[in-house]
Write a protein that binds this ligand. Structure first.
Ligand code: UD1
Length: 430
């Protein structure tokens, strides 16, 4: 398996192009199942999860074609052309779904279009139990009959789905997206109350509108959908990845460098900039992005709690913890979205961090310096937090299980190396 080796201590300076958001791209790709016309998505990141979703859609009968600009050219991602003229299989098999939890997003579209779907219960990142009851309950309210048989969700709606008023007992990004897609092709009106407001949900809603759906309340926690008999194809640019932008903002901050993050906007990463500003990091808007620097002064410990959007994202919690490891003072980091999302803590401790976990909170006491070590992580964001720690640690850090990074970061080593990081990928067998 590939490894990444980092020699820490170099401040990062330069520009990093932010890719299209993985978490927007995956539901957008699933939306191709709602129409027999072509859905073209531009600004598509190069990620293993995108390829996995492509394989899943192809398995349902969609034609999946990807075009990428030549390497070294303007790095604006590729184009995905997705055409589900006919659905040849309504089963999403275990061997594909287990690789990526977001595979469950095909459930709503398949059920709405074909009246049946059989989707394996998902796997994905090892960050807690992550049930799918909200997806199932919502679709049941829309008229589906759902059983769990042999590890599969078996759903049927022979007469099609009908609109419903669905109140989510807790905020779920995936359930909001699944039900939004189903409602767009259901008979009658639906209302999703306490819906997730993440920009990736809004990106999906805008694309569905371009496909002919009628959706009101985009960006709010109350989405009203008027179902349509059929939807059409469209061309849609995937929103920029705010988690990737936040990660590189923290890379600039942890190394005491200055980076221009291209193709992003301050309003998209506001939850992060507000917290980082309190920690002594500076942000300003540029013509095509955001400048971030910690040129003057030290990093200060700040408390942070993860929350649904517009709060601080759970997908940046691990990176924030790495940042706080070398800050002056202490930081209390509280995780409210997922249980068991502190698996980076023992690895950061191996690099010299001082962290005490009590239930869903971690108290990080800043240390003078971190030291490089061989480390590994069991999920995507935890892995990148170790990269951040490695960028500032003395000596070499060797990160194992790099496949987690490849699921969610488009050419991470190349982007960091171009800004002065000493980072290289050791291919299996090197
Ligand atoms: C999405 C993101 C993920 C991010 C998460 C929270 C994608 C592909 N992934 O995941 O990166 O960390 O949002 O911002 O977009 N829950 C239930 N029952 C359900 C569904 C969810 O109890 O049926 C719980 C989960 O266990 C979790 C919470 O709700 O505690 C939020 O999960 P959810 O927003 O659904 O996360 P995902 O959509 O899986």
């Amino acid at each position: 398996m590939d490894k990444i080796r980092i020699r820490g201590g170099k401040p990062l300076n330069g520009q990093i192009a932010i890719s299209g958001a993985k978490n927007a791209a995956l539901p957008l790709m699933a939306a191709c199942l709602l129409t027999d016309e072509t859905l073209t998505l531009t600004n598509a990141p190069r990620l293993v999860d995108i390829a996995t979703m492509g394989n899943l859609l192809a398995q349902h009968g969609a034609e999946v074609r990807r075009e990428d600009p030549p390497e070294g050219g303007a790095v604006r991602g590729g184009e995905l052309h997705l055409t589900a003229r006919t659905i040849t299989s309504t089963t999403a098999p275990y061997d594909l779904v287990r690789k990526m939890r977001a595979s469950v997003l095909v459930l709503g579209p398949l059920l709405a279009r074909e009246g049946k779907a059989r989707v394996s219960l998902p796997g994905g990142c090892a960050i807690g139990t992550r049930p799918v009851d909200l997806h199932i309950n919502g679709l049941t309210q829309m008229g589906a009959k759902i059983d769990l048989v042999g590890g599969y969700i078996e759903a049927e709606a022979p007469g099609g789905l009908h609109g419903a008023s669905i109140v989510f007992p807790m905020v779920s990004v995936g359930a909001t997206e699944n039900l939004l897609m189903a409602a767009a092709l259901a008979k009658g009106d639906s209302e999703l109350i306490n819906a997730a407001r993440e920009p990736e949900v809004s990106d999906l809603a805008h694309c569905l509108v371009a496909m002919g759906a009628e959706i009101e309340g985009i960006g709010s926690d109350r989405l009203r959908v008027r179902g349509r008999d059929r939807l059409s194809g469209t061309r849609h640019a995937i929103v920029s990845d705010r988690i990737e932008a936040g990660t590189y903002a923290m890379a600039a901050a942890i190394t005491g460098g200055k980076l221009e993050l291209l193709h992003t906007r301050l309003d998209l990463i506001q939850a992060v900039t507000k917290v980082l500003e309190r920690a002594g990091v500076e942000f300003s808007e540029t013509a095509d992005g955001v400048m971030v620097s910690r040129a003057n002064g030290e990093l200060l410990g700040v408390d942070v709690m993860t929350e649904p959007f517009p709060g601080f994202p759970t997908d940046l919690q691990a990176q924030m913890m790495a940042l706080m490891c070398t800050a002056r003072g202490a930081a209390m980091i509280t995780e409210t979205i997922f249980e068991n999302r502190f698996m980076h803590v023992p690895e950061l401790a191996r690099m010299g961090a001082n962290i005490t976990v009590h239930q869903s909170s971690a108290l990080v006491r800043g240390v003078e310096k971190l030291t490089g070590a061989p480390v590994m992580a069991t999920d995507l964001r935890a892995s990148v937090s170790l990269v951040l720690a490695g960028l500032v640690a003395g000596g070499d850090t060797e990160l194992n299980r790099v496949y987690h990074l490849d699921r969610g970061y488009d050419r991470l080593e190349a982007k960091l190396a171009a800004c002065g990081a000493e980072i290289e990928r050791l291919r299996d067998g090197d």
